[in-house]
Design a protein around this ligand. Sequence first.
Ligand SMILES: Cc1cc2nc3c(=O)[nH]c(=O)nc-3n(C[C@H](O)[C@H](O)[C@H](O)COP(=O)(O)OP(=O)(O)OC[C@H]3O[C@@H](n4cnc5c(N)ncnc54)[C@H](O)[C@@H]3O)c2cc1C
Length: 377
Amino acid sequence: MKEMTKKAGGMMQENTTKKANEAGILGDPDMESSAQHTVLIAGAGVGGLTLANDLALRGIPFRVIDPLPEPVRDSRAHGFGARTLLALDKLGLVEAMLAAAKQPPPVLREYFGGTLVGELDLGAVPRDPYPTILAIFQQRVVRVLEAALIERGHRIEWSTRLLSFEMDEKGVVATVDRGGSIETIKAGWIVGADGSMSVVRKTLGLDDPDAAKLSGEASRSLLRGLLCECDADWKLSRDIWWLWQERDGFAGAEYNDFTNKWHLQVIDLEGTEATLERMEVLLRKRSGIRTVHLSNPAWVHQATFSQHAARRFLAERGTLLGDAAHTFSSVAGQGLHFAIEDALNLGWKLALTIAGAASPCSCKPMKRSAASASKTP
Ligand SMILES: Cc1cc2nc3c(=O)[nH]c(=O)nc-3n(C[C@H](O)[C@H](O)[C@H](O)COP(=O)(O)OP(=O)(O)OC[C@H]3O[C@@H](n4cnc5c(N)ncnc54)[C@H](O)[C@@H]3O)c2cc1C
């Protein structure tokens, strides 16, 4: 490791080597060899857990770390389409996802200017072979993925944050914070499934130079809004997904049966504050329900619908997937789907490379642009 030529991350090589030696990894040929065949997955979100399940099925050794103490409890995506289920079928997880989804499936009800313009009973749409839309909040998706992993004999290293890493042609030495204790993990490959603020992407120097521009005025002029989860004192059915459209924006409301709160979205082109009061004003205006009172917010976010795509998704022994590789407007509801597709696309390539059937060099890094971010790596 002393000949380590490539430095990635701000950590000094000497420190890493010292810590690796303290951990007793370096110098033991058996440990060296097994580490070289191990994939370190940073991030146990949707993408990281999908990749972990894929590698588990292929018998590829991996470790998966995440700073959270347990699967994410914050709300994000609230459903996905048939294409995502088709992807998850490869992991044998369709039935588990169907079982964890909202039952009975909700009815989508849409108003325009106060007039009911559409109603779609998701339970009545024939499966072909999967439901067109599955109503399932992201907290349930990650729990299904975690349960499958445990059933396959693996565990996630929660409360463990990737701080930095170094790599050379043989492998990666990562420094992690495990509940306050600094440790090293040695692996052959590192996968950045660590979300939009990815440490792996930054460390590999793959940040999108145009990210600030794309996340700034350009996206603001298109869409800007508020998201929140809170209690609402209206008597609306929790079995309906509500959508109120106007010419200058919309509001949506779905009841989250994981957090037992209303999940609300409104377009707010002028607003600068992410407050429950602002959300209440806009929701009353869009829905026409003038008396609704919101309370007990779990969170209120200002959504600027930022977008970025890493310059490349692969740099030597480090690679990216999901939000670490690309983000785009959540209005399209594609972030969760692409995290899953990215992971499945990466799994077989890593497996071939680790088996020696493909060379890392033959997996030529693709140059990405924001416009091509919707394609998997
Ligand atoms: C409010 C909101 C609403 C959304 N709504 C939708 C929607 O309706 N439909 C849709 O498709 N998408 C939606 N998205 C986007 C979707 O949630 C993401 O695209 C998806 O979660 C990406 O999955 P991921 O696994 O790449 O990243 P994440 O789910 O963000 O997972 C990343 C994981 O990495 C961990 N991590 C972070 N730093 C480190 C580190 N240093 N070391 C190790 N681990 C680390 C995090 O704790 C996390 O568990 C929404 C997002 C938000 C924020």
